[in-house]
Design a binder for this molecule. Structure first.
Ligand SMILES: Nc1ncnc2c1ncn2[C@@H]1O[C@H](COP(=O)(O)OP(=O)(O)OP(=O)(O)O)[C@@H](O)[C@H]1O
Length: 255
């Protein structure tokens, strides 16, 4: 039997973003396989966030191209890219402190589906919506805290809620910007488990500075430095790459 080659979920070719002549992302060729978990790492200022913003349409590229499942989305606005199944989380999201987790997820679902806020017109739709809300909260471990105002939740739980809001969009490709930023060890480990769970059947691209997180989750790692791809491969391969070691050590020396 012939082994199936996975499709390419996201591909960039020569992707470049200049800010007044400064190349924050410089001729990046990236290939993310469908169903894989792909990490973007690199020292501060390497261009990771800018690349995320390009992939999701939040910034138009200066040159180069982006395809999502072979469809060209170069220069498309965020809502058009989102319609191709790409959803992202942010480093910092604003949640509504007085609303509960359940209310947040309900709003995310109402915003996403065609029924919008008309679900109350039909008992059937209402029941289906409730089940989906429960599933999403359960998936991120928030079932027991669903009716607490978000302002009372610990930081790690708020980040889990943010993930459920991304999941509510039912993305084919999830982009997670520093999912463990600012977390203590316990929350980091919970988040690793959570991302692993939600990555099943999906493509995930994430940025994280924590190498334990990268090593635990990533099938492939792309290392950026000064906007360029410095190295790419499996975690162990990349970690042993002299150019990567030098890039990180060089930074430590100058810190
Ligand atoms: N809107 C902008 N205008 C001008 N320069 C920018 C802009 N956005 C980013 N840059 C510059 O582009 C470079 C890459 O920034 P970016 O935020 O993408 O890096 P990063 O790898 O995400 O860094 P960090 O790990 O600190 O989040 C930096 O030198 C930054 O100052």
């Amino acid at each position: 039997m012939r082994a199936m080659t996975p499709r390419v979920a996201v591909r960039t070719r020569g992707l470049t973003k200049e800010f007044r002549g400064f190349r924050a992302v410089d001729a990046v060729d990236l290939e993310v396989s469908e169903g894989s978990v792909h990490a973007l790492v690199g020292p501060n200022g390497a261009g990771k966030t800018t690349l995320f913003n390009l992939l999701t349409g939040f910034l138009p590229p200066t040159s180069g191209s982006i395809t999502v499942f072979d469809e060209d989305v170069t220069g498309r606005p965020p809502e058009r890219v989102a319609r191709r199944g790409v959803a992202r989380s942010f480093q910092i999201t604003s949640l509504f402190e007085t609303l509960t987790s359940r209310e947040h997820v309900e709003l995310a679902l109402a915003g996403r589906t065609r029924e919008g806020f008309r679900f109350w017109r039909s008992e059937k739709l209402l029941a289906r919506r409730r089940t989906r809300v429960d599933e999403l909260l359960d998936q991120v471990g928030l079932a027991a805290l669903a009716d607490k105002p978000v302002g009372l939740l610990a930081y790690g739980r708020k980040r889990a809620l943010e993930l459920s809001l991304v999941l509510a969009l039912e993305p084919r490709v999830m982009l997670l910007d520093e999912p463990t930023a600012g977390m203590g060890t316990e929350d980091v480990d919970r988040t690793i488990e959570l991302v692993r769970r939600i990555a099943t059947g999906r493509t995930v691209v994430f940025v994280d500075h924590n190498m334990h997180v990268v090593g635990s989750l990533a099938d492939r790692v792309t290392v950026l430095q000064q906007g360029r791809v410095l190295a790419e491969g499996g975690y162990d391969e990349v970690r042993a790459d002299v150019r990567v070691i030098t890039a990180y050590l060089g930074r430590a020396e100058h810190a």
